[in-house]
Design a protein around this ligand. Structure first.
Ligand code: HEC
Ligand code: HEC
Length: 204
């Protein structure tokens, strides 16, 4: 209960009642330089939409970047853009900025991947155990919601897990679990298909 009250306080200080959209907290405006207004995402530099993302997952990822579990692999050139941003944050700032991320709002991301949603649905049956039937995520399993993310970003991350660019660090238990699942998808077509299916979940 304490935590919830503290989180609510943090949020109200970031969201002004007279604004339809929460304004960026001054300290973290620089996140929007790459991730876009209201963290709506910027495909040109491959910085994903973060608007409304669960704060616990944002915290997990900022810590993963900071520890070098993400964004340090020699093949992970895109992750390397983000890694120093997280490395510069204190634990307190990580909590604060994660509440800011959770409070941002933007339109659902546009579809850019054109796979076979029916085939994707079949593949998704192996994902639902951790990410939920509607892609809503599961905090107890450390599995993020998959809705509201850019489809191109989902493709990149599933490939990263499959190829060991993400999730192969010895301390990264959650990443390693996901890595095992990504390797069950037989090829790039299967990745496109499952992502096309995931995109249909956010419309439901
Ligand atoms: C220099 C550009 C840049 C800045 C500034 C930046 N990011 Fe990022 N961020 C990226 C890129 C690029 C990625 C995608 C990395 C990848 O593909 O693995 C990313 C990924 C992330 C992720 C992972 C999302 C996920 O779904 O796993 C989080 C969380 C994140 N950024 C939060 C932030 C926050 C909070 C700030 C401000 C403190 C910030 N970023 C500032 C470029 C940036
Ligand atoms: C055993 C549980 C488990 C299964 C099954 C699983 N995942 Fe995951 N997945 C995770 C966890 C845990 C993470 C978070 C990893 C981390 O913290 O870096 C994750 C992360 C992801 C991400 C990264 C999201 C982001 O914001 O960066 C994607 C994409 C993803 N999973 C897709 C899938 C797909 C598609 C399937 C089915 C083929 C699947 N997952 C099956 C546990 C699982």
């Amino acid at each position: 209960m304490m935590l919830t009250a503290v989180a609510m306080l943090a949020l109200t200080s970031l969201v002004r009642a007279d604004d339809e959209l929460p304004i960026p907290a001054d300290d973290y405006v620089y996140c929007t330089v790459c991730h876009g207004i209201q963290l709506m995402g910027n495909p040109i530099i491959r910085a994903p939409r973060l608007s409304g993302m669960d704060s616990w997952y944002v915290e997990n990822q900022l810590r993963a970047f900071k520890k070098g579990w993400r964004g340090k692999h020699e093949m992970d050139l895109i992750g390397m853009e983000m890694q120093p941003m997280a490395a510069a944050l204190t634990d307190e700032q990580i909590r604060e900025v994660s509440a800011f991320v959770a409070a941002t709002r933007s339109d659902a991301p546009p579809d850019t991947i054109d796979g076979d949603a029916d085939k994707g649905k079949t593949h998704y049956s192996s994902c639902a155990a951790c990410h939920g039937v509607r892609g809503e995520g599961n905090i107890a399993l450390g599995s993020p919601a998959l809705t509201g993310l850019n489809d191109w970003y989902l493709v990149t991350q599933i490939r990263n897990f499959r190829d060991g660019t993400r999730g192969s660090h010895a301390g990264d238990t959650y990443g390693m679990q996901m890595r095992a699942s990504a390797r069950l998808l037989p090829d790039d077509d299967a990745i496109q298909d499952v992502v096309t299916y995931i995109s249909t979940l956010q419309d439901q």
